[in-house]
Design a protein around this ligand. Structure first.
Ligand code: PAF
Length: 281
């Protein structure tokens, strides 16, 4: 596996491979990789013949009071996981090489980013879309694989590709969960044992909603009313949102009619966890 640290080297390598007719796959990550990322890398390998994993804790997607400095990092373990999953290259740029000191061009989305996480993390998706656009330009992927766990991010990247005409096929893979239902996330590392137990309330509430939809419930308010007590029983520090939105528009919907995203964001102490399911498809 190649370790590439310079953006220019990454781009030159990819352009050469494309000239040779190779199909490039990209899995963008912020590192501290887990089995969820491993699933994305394995999927990318089936879709491309040269697979790049990027590991970059992107400063522009963190707010001033968020966890950029504390974000967990383990470069050696990340490299081992990438190698074990069969990645061909690990792209690990330094922040100073990704952003010039006077960097001034950003990708700003004005519709899908307004609600859900966007409402609680101003500027977050501007940072995400900007770095993903840069990664697309540097890695020149034919296909890029993202996780459903970050459902709003995934929809925004589909919109980025559509609106800015990136020749990239975006693939969204299902959320990988612990056996007890907790969605895998690098931020789970922040949870102490008690918070880890209480964090199960997210997947439990979502499973309850899924079961109700299977039984025929379609009313969003009734679904939320069934979920909220499950979240509240875990005594979270804050329930940031519990939303039922149309999967295409990400706007609240009164009824489950067609693909519908049920999404939650909950804080335990300082740790902010998100999870979601798609129903009605
Ligand atoms: O999902 C993530 O890990 C990040 O938001 C991404 C897509 C790698 C951009 O920094």
């Amino acid at each position: 596996m190649n370790l590439i640290e310079r953006p220019r080297e990454m781009q030159e390598c990819s352009l050469k491979l494309r000239r040779e007719g190779r199909r490039i796959g990209l899995v963008p990550t912020m590192g501290f990789l887990h089995e969820g990322h491993a699933a994305l890398i394995r999927r990318a390998r089936t879709l491309a013949d040269w697979c790049v994993v990027s590991v970059f804790v992107n400063p522009t997607q963190f707010g001033p009071h968020e966890d950029f400095t504390a974000y967990p990092r383990d470069p050696q373990r990340d490299a081992e996981l990438c190698r074990a999953c069969g990645a061909d290259a690990l792209f690990r740029p330094a922040a100073a090489d990704m952003y010039a000191a006077d960097h001034s061009v950003y990708v700003d989305e004005r519709d899908l980013s307004a609600g859900l996480c966007g409402a609680f993390r101003p500027g977050h998706f501007r940072g995400v879309l900007t770095v993903v656009a840069k990664l697309f330009n540097l890695v020149q992927p034919d296909v890029a694989v993202f996780g459903q766990k970050d459902a709003q991010q995934a929809r925004l990247i589909q919109r980025l590709v559509r609106d800015l005409n990136f020749p990239v096929h975006v693939v969204i893979e299902p959320t990988v969960r612990e056996p007890d239902g907790l969605a895998l996330s690098s931020r789970n590392a922040y949870l102490n044992a008690d918070e880890r137990r209480r964090a199960l309330s997210l997947s439990q509430a979502l499973r309850r909603a899924e079961a109700l939809v299977r039984e025929g419930e379609r009313d969003a308010e009734r679904l939320k009313a069934a979920m909220r007590p499950i979240l509240e029983a875990a005594a979270p520090t804050e329930i940031q949102y519990l939303e039922i939105v149309n999967y295409q528009t990400l706007r609240p919907t009164p009824q489950v009619a067609g693909p519908t995203l049920i999404a939650v964001a909950v804080k335990f102490g300082k740790t902010r966890l998100i999870d979601n399911v798609i129903v009605g498809r």
